[in-house]
Design a protein around this ligand. Structure first.
Ligand SMILES: [Zn+2]
Length: 402
């Protein structure tokens, strides 16, 4: 089973918008109340109120005390999320104690919440027909169902973007469908770079789409316009929406590129090796930061992971300290390779090979080695024999639209 998200634009009416925004407000207040209570309980009695069960209990009390109206599961979801962020917080503390460089970051109070989630229950939402989605306590909302979601919808999230657009997304559990790869048992290594987005081990170069550079001018202009508007004026809020739209366009362009590329690769190859880059560490370097976030490596790796898994392929991430650029892919000789050298000239065997291609071949070799040695940890995926059939009943595509 794999979980897949389907996102659709919705067009709530004025009244529905008011209802939804009220829900956002209630969820925000509940989140802040829960956080405050668990903080206070800890300072007063040393007891931690951070588990799901505890937070549910507090939620029920708060619901009566403060008159929080809303779907019970939506409110529970707020507690769920807070409990998750506490878990992550404890995890970070552990990592810090082990000596890793992480910011511990206590869960924060929120100024606003822009989405609500109806979890694990189909009866909260139902398709009336292809054009309308009925949501409990909100009503029948017009939806643009540009494609039919497959599988069983597990949760529904309603979201409002900064540019004032509304979306719903369903997370559905669907069965893996291994594809016939174009080159069965064909393997590739991918070297991600700054000059080019990626280089494959067969020498194929995928150029970097520098969307940010292209849209940068426009973004700068919108930013400048925003700064000139009077604070708290209507024009300022209009301009803020315009700016948000430009950013949205950029994100969409970027995601589109990454989706298409990762799809293409996972359809073609059934074994992909890639470097684990530790992007969060590199983004701290301000000189490289823009290019890296532009290139969106981590998003790309995430996409490759789940797409390889659902296509029945395998993705192996190799250790980030593996010196892929320093080793000669022909003879295994290791030599210094400053970033300025674009061609690998081996001092030992005399091989001449483009730097990125050399890295990609090394990454592939190392990936195969790790894989056969069985050392591929949590990053490996695509083991289709262990899919859990009992996890969910698979509904034929389209049946939920009745
Ligand atoms: Zn060599």
């Amino acid at each position: 089973m794999v979980v897949k998200n389907y996102k659709y634009r919705i067009y709530p009416t004025g009244k529905q918008k008011i209802r939804l925004e009220k829900q956002f407000e209630i969820c925000k207040n509940l989140h802040n109340d829960l956080l405050e209570i668990s903080k206070e309980t800890y300072t007063c009695s040393g007891k931690s109120v951070t588990s799901r069960k505890d937070l549910y209990q507090v939620t029920n009390i708060l619901k009566e005390q403060n008159g929080y109206k809303g779907h019970s599961q939506v409110l529970q979801n707020v507690a769920d999320k807070l409990s998750k962020s506490y878990k992550a917080f404890y995890q970070r503390i552990k990592e810090k104690q082990k000596g890793k460089k992480v910011k511990v970051g206590y869960p924060r109070f929120k100024k606003r919440i822009n989405s609500i989630t109806y979890p694990q229950n189909n009866s909260c939402f139902k398709f009336k027909n292809q054009r309308r989605l009925h949501i409990t306590q909100i009503g029948s909302v017009p939806i643009e169902l540009h494609r039919i979601p497959k599988g069983t919808p597990k949760t529904l999230t309603i979201k409002k973007t900064l540019s004032n657009k509304w979306f719903v997304s369903f997370s559905c559990e669907i069965e893996n469908k291994p594809v016939k790869h174009k080159y069965p048992e064909n393997k590739t290594g991918i070297d991600l770079g700054l000059e080019n987005f990626a280089t494959l081990s067969d020498g194929t170069v995928i150029e970097n789409p520098r969307f940010l550079n292209k849209t940068e001018k426009k973004l700068k202009r919108e930013h400048r316009r925003l700064s000139k508007k009077k604070k708290r004026s209507i024009n300022r809020s209009k301009q803020r929406v315009k700016l948000a739209r430009s950013y949205e366009t950029l994100t969409n362009q970027r995601l589109d590129f990454l989706h298409k590329l990762s799809y293409h690769l996972t359809q073609q190859y059934d074994f992909i090796a890639i470097e684990n880059l530790g992007v969060s560490n590199m983004v701290k370097n301000h000189y490289l930061a823009k290019s890296i976030s532009d290139a969106s490596w981590s998003v790309f790796t995430g996409m490759l992971t789940y797409k390889a898994s659902s296509a029945g392929g395998k993705l192996v991430e190799i250790d980030r300290f593996y010196p892929s650029s320093q080793i000669c892919s022909d003879c295994g000789n290791k030599q210094d390779m400053p970033l300025s050298k674009r061609i690998y000239k081996c001092e030992k065997c005399g091989a001449k090979i483009p730097r990125d291609k050399n890295s990609a071949i090394n990454i592939l070799m190392e990936g195969i080695k790790e894989n056969t040695a069985g050392r591929v940890g949590i990053h490996a995926c695509g083991d289709l024999t262990s899919t859990d059939q009992s996890a969910s009943r698979v509904v034929e595509a389209g049946t939920i639209c009745n």
